[in-house]
Design a protein around this ligand. Structure first.
Ligand SMILES: [Zn+2]
Length: 288
């Protein structure tokens, strides 16, 4: 007799948690942030504006001033090694109400950044957080597969639509450590996978004089490294997109992995590793 079953996506190595960071504008403070992330084994995606690389500039906001100078093209492959570089518009223009110029902003950014790193650049962060359906069409045409908004969810949900990828929170969110503790120490209902997505700009740590916020966060999550998949935005999107391509037989007894990724799944307490191209029998309740 069939019994209610939940087939649950697990992350690589059977992990139930994934953490990723996303920092914008390619500012010089990324150097210190990357060093901290590397010390703690945390990984992320850096969203760069290719036509304003090497800029020297200060910014004053609400009476606070920070250096917002940017990294040079030469520095990019070394500084961001082990992390991911993604687009943020060649000139940081809002893509809304910009017609095909918006598409060019992204395509140009992709083209230049792909000349600096050895992988395809398919991620984006919306300048000013602005987007609409027209922008999404343009991003798809430009080969972008995932794009981050600035809307904090305060949750660990995996997005249905990666072109509307709402982060968990910004690093200045007063709930940051409360969310981190819940993420690391509490299992989700039914053992569902959880994703913590943190975003910001590294110059804000200088402006707000609060580097201790990110240091505390990174040191805390690094204590749970064995339970967390530390990944770039792109690694998470590609893994989830591959998982969503899995094919289940009509009676639910078999699953086929048509992708090039090894995929992990839990069903009725059993963990399955499904190799590329492999079909696996899922045990029924009687057999468990
Ligand atoms: Zn920006």
């Amino acid at each position: 007799m069939p019994i209610a079953r939940i087939n649950t996506m697990l992350f690589p190595e059977g992990k139930r948690r994934a953490l990723t960071l996303s920092y914008d504008d390619g500012v010089l403070q990324d150097r210190r942030l990357v060093q901290l992330m590397n010390q703690c084994g945390v990984r992320g995606t850096f969203n760069l504006n290719s036509r304003i690389l090497g800029r020297v500039e200060q910014m004053t906001l609400d009476g606070k001033t920070a250096d917002i100078s940017t990294v040079t093209p030469r520095e990019i492959p070394v500084l961001y090694a082990g992390h991911e570089v993604a687009t943020h518009g060649a000139e940081h223009s809002a893509l809304t109400a910009y017609g095909s110029a918006g598409l060019l902003e992204v395509l140009d950014d992709r083209r230049v950044l792909e000349g600096l790193v050895p992988y395809m650049v398919q991620g984006h962060a919306y300048p000013f957080g602005l987007y609409d359906d027209h922008v999404l069409d343009g991003l798809r045409a430009a080969g972008i597969r995932y794009a981050r908004t600035v809307v904090s969810t305060g949750t660990f949900e995996i997005p249905q639509d990666f072109l509307r990828w709402d982060p968990t929170c910004h690093h200045n969110d007063p709930r940051l450590m409360e969310l981190a503790e819940r993420f690391c120490q509490t299992d989700a209902l039914f053992g569902q996978p959880q994703l913590f997505y943190l975003w910001g700009h590294a110059y804000e740590f200088d402006m707000d004089q609060n580097w201790q916020v990110i240091e505390t966060f990174l040191h805390y999550v690094s204590r749970f490294q064995d339970k967390i998949w530390m990944a770039t935005n792109g690694e998470i999107e590609r893994y989830v997109a591959a998982w969503r391509q899995m094919v289940f037989s009509a009676d639910g007894s078999r699953v086929y992995n048509p992708t090039a990724f090894t995929l992990w799944m839990e069903s009725l307490g059993q963990i399955y590793t499904i190799a590329p191209g492999e079909t696996v029998c899922i045990k029924s309740t009687e057999a468990v």
